[in-house]
Design a protein around this ligand. Structure first.
Ligand SMILES: C[S@@+](CC[C@H](N)C(=O)[O-])C[C@H]1O[C@@H](n2cnc3c(N)ncnc32)[C@H](O)[C@@H]1O
Length: 213
């Protein structure tokens, strides 16, 4: 029976065979994506820790405002009180301190962070912030151009519907966004229902050459 280690041999040529999101750092290693990456939506820092522990890359930026919102603005189990957010932020700082300068924590929103990052400069972006359709579309539009060609744009909770965890429109937003660009979307295989979607960033469209008459 093939093992997870066997599947890792496919990662340099395919993103179709990841068992779970914990395989993302191994995919990045196989593709020699060793530069800078971003996780958007960090909460306790658990997945930032998974990435930093297994990925051989230089620098992970973990972005989260740790800021409470009204339930009209943000219907999600992650929308906790400001006191709880402050505890989560401090816990994340403690969890990630062992990674030294490989880890930066930016306490700000996804959109605030994009303003500080040059286009085509990141090896990967992992989106796991707000899960409603409009917010996911906003993040996709904001972050797509930050990933360099050949880099990985991915995210958590590839699912739609009303759950105890909140209102999710991630799958519809991701499918629409990438279908409009002709980019294939893959998902992890064995961590349903909270699957991770994955894409490889394409070369930017070549501007039409000016013709002279
Ligand atoms: C599901 S949790 C993230 C879990 C984390 N990715 C993990 O797997 O360990 C979602 C997080 O998104 C954050 N969030 C909400 N709005 C955000 C925004 N505009 N930009 C960045 N993060 C946001 C919340 O504060 C919350 O901590």
């Amino acid at each position: 029976m093939p093992t997870i280690e066997d599947a890792r041999d496919t990662y340099s040529t395919s993103i179709a065979w990841l068992a779970s999101r914990d395989e993302l750092p191994h995919l990045l290693n196989q593709r020699k994506l060793y530069g800078c990456g971003v996780e958007i939506g960090v909460q306790k820092g658990e997945f930032s820790e998974v990435i930093l522990a297994a990925w051989h890359g230089k620098h992970l930026i973990s972005v989260d405002p740790w800021l409470t919102e009204t339930t009209e603005q943000y219907i999600d189990i992650a929308n906790v009180s400001q006191e709880q957010h402050n505890v989560l932020y401090e816990g994340t700082r403690k969890r990630l301190v062992r990674f030294g300068t490989r880890s930066s924590i930016w306490r700000m929103t996804s959109l605030e962070a994009t303003a500080k990052i040059p286009d085509y400069s990141l090896d990967f972006v992992y989106i796991d912030a707000r899960h409603d359709y409009e917010s996911v579309m906003e993040d996709l539009n904001a972050w797509q151009s930050k990933v360099r060609p050949g880099g990985v744009l991915a995210g958590h909770d590839y699912i739609d519907g009303h759950f105890s965890a909140g209102v999710f429109g991630v799958k519809r937003a991701v499918d629409e966004f990438f279908a409009a660009r002709g980019t294939p979307v893959y998902s992890t295989l064995m961590d349903a229902p909270w699957l991770t979607w994955l894409t490889v960033a394409a070369l930017p469209a070549t501007p039409a050459l000016a013709t002279t008459t």
